[in-house]
Ligand binder design. Sequence first.
Ligand code: 26V
Length: 803
Amino acid sequence: LRDAAAAQPAPTPAQFRQALLRHLQYTVGKSPQKASLFDWRIALSHAVRDHAVDPWFNATRRTWDEDRKRVYYLSMEFLIGRLLEDQAINLGLREVVVQVLGEFGLSFAEVAEGEPDAALGNGGLGRLAACYLESMATMGCPAYGYGLRYEHGLFRQHFENGRQIETPENWLATDNPWDFTRPEVAYPVGFGGALAEHNGAWIWSPGSQVLASAHDTPVVGYGGKWANTLRLWAAMPSADLFDLNRFNAGDFAAASEPEALARSLSRVLYPNDTTDGGKELRLSQEYFLTSASVQDILRRYLAAHQDLLKLPEFVAIQMNDTHPAIAGPELIRLLVDEHGVNFDTAVQTVTGVLGYTNHTLLPEALERWSVGLMRKVLPRHLQIIETLDTQFIQLQGSAPDPVRLVSNDQVSMGDLAFATSHKVNGVSALHTELVSKDLFPVHNELHPGRIVNITNGITPRRWLKLANPSLATLITDTIGAGWETDLERLRELEPYADDPAFRDAFGRSKRQAKEHFTGWLAQEHGIELPADALFDAQVKRLHEYKRQLLNILWTIAHWQRIKRDPQAGWAPRVKIFGGKAAPSYHMAKLIIQLINDVANVVNNDPETSHLLRVAYPPNYGVSMAEKLIPAADLSEQISTAGMEASGTGNMKFALNGALTIGTLDGANVEIREHVGAENFFLFGLTTEQVAERRAQPGHARTALEASQTLRDVLQAIAEGVFSPDDRHRYDGLLDAMWNSDWFLVASDFEDYDRAQSEVADCYGDPDRWQRMAILNVARMGYFSSDRSIREYMSQIWNVESAL
Ligand code: 26V
């Protein structure tokens, strides 16, 4: 076996052809003459996967041999997308794959397109976990991702009469070639049952048990020098669950009930990214992930060590938000109840191991579990949490109104996660400041230095090299290779911003990306778009705080203006929307319907359709993002200030040469600092101004009375211009605009409108626009997830690269 740090040489085309044909014949059971695109994809995936195995084994072996500290990234979500092209690129196989497939008359793109997205996440938090996995492998950080192997990932979205309809996603319906099933790795996870005291120790006897069975996917870093494991748990009934007596008595349904219940733990991803308060299944899923992972971690540690108190020297566990925050009590339970460690020592040890990343301040997204439910599902954990709560109150001394881990009959998972972690991080500079001041001020005072900022990042392998081959090639042709793992090198592009030849080439690469996207859009969704228009895109989950409403209201205003003066020299624009709403989020779904209603009217208006289009392709996800983001000219990052923790789409767009129109929110603040204020279209109230404005009674009405433009827009909606079949469809939305407007759409409308005019002026000067776009690309190096991971490694995990 080769040394782990040395990538293998790429196979010759002849060698790779042989491997591909061998898999086609012996793994898939097809001849090249009879093989479908599906067969080719499975054979190709296996041929590529084979090259991941040596680096994977070597990395695993070296970590054992050198007794290295390992990082465990616990997350309920990994929004991976497709893996074939990503793995081929990281293993240095893309060229040989293209060549060999070509010999059979196939294109890599058409073969790869058949792979279903692994959509095991809702949005930003899940996609961040996937970028971080890839960066940890690239940087040689010994790490495991732990998650759930949902049978059904995020629901599929389509529109009927403009309304969102959800259908189940089914990524495992066909063979998953990346999956290594590990039936021998299975842990029992207990739920419910009773507690008993025995000689001063607590014994928990769970009422039911489910098996967690491991499925591994190798995660190869760029250059193939290192590979880590993503371990996903599938829920299985433990053997005794099937009730043979009931079955024999003829009660078939009841006999299978316990089995169905067990399997439901990994059946489906929760599609909400805010609240699911009180859902027993969600709490059970969280414990299922956490317990299986922690058992696996301790098993691996104890295979090489005896002293559990040295755990923090060899193990770092990162909790991706509070979803796995039961890890604290679970580890304490295992140390105290199963290994006889003293309670206070256990707490200290566990705190040395755990880190907690906070991804949101939205009160409805901060997890709280009722004490009743906790007692029912996890009685021993509740007991431990109550002890931690008592200790936490003591720590606050004589404070009259101490912060509690348990209050109003609810366990606050954020406070629990903070209390059991040695580091707590926010995901952008602004967000971390708000986490310190608004969310955890008391904790922060008790534990100064525990809160750190680590601004999010994105992997440039997927989000530039894979997604945007025309720009990636231009960059390599201009500054040479190496930027893929040293993204700050993009700075070398800066001088070319004033080079007319480079500007032209840059413009051509954007044009190619646009044509690639529009070609796909026409073929897949029958939506035809003019590639010479300004592509203005907002793609992300539907949320009121993200303010897709502000965008579509402005679109209506723009349409009305064009109609009033069609000859005024408008730059053609395409407004692109993409994103899903949580199935139970009524207002978000109404906004989707409004966007589609507006699209229907505007796109069919012969006076304006050459100047303005609205496109909302359904079922936005990672694979659509890879085509759409490189094609965009303008990136909409327009959340109410203080509400978007970071954003990562904002980074993907800017790295691909889109200019941003945005508020001072999340990582926008830092993006603007890096690319230069003059290369960013800023608008809107600041976080402080948002708080002041919300405190003013009647602010919505005041703002509306000051904007004739916005009143005209609301008037058109009220008259049923976009919903002639149902004039009252948007009454609720309009009422909220006039009477509450928590997200300050009205307050920010005029300034947004001003910024959009600047965008239009600037787009009318292609040299200026191109220059700004190039400088955006050149200055985005900081936002590589490699930089984020380097900071996690040094500031939180205290772990070294093995490379
Ligand atoms: C909360 C819940 C509550 C229970 C039901 C399931 C569920 C699923 C997800 C969440 C948390 C959502 C938080 C989130 O996605 N935050 C996003 O994190 C990104 C990565 O840090 C960041 O860029 C976005 O700004 C932030 O909204």
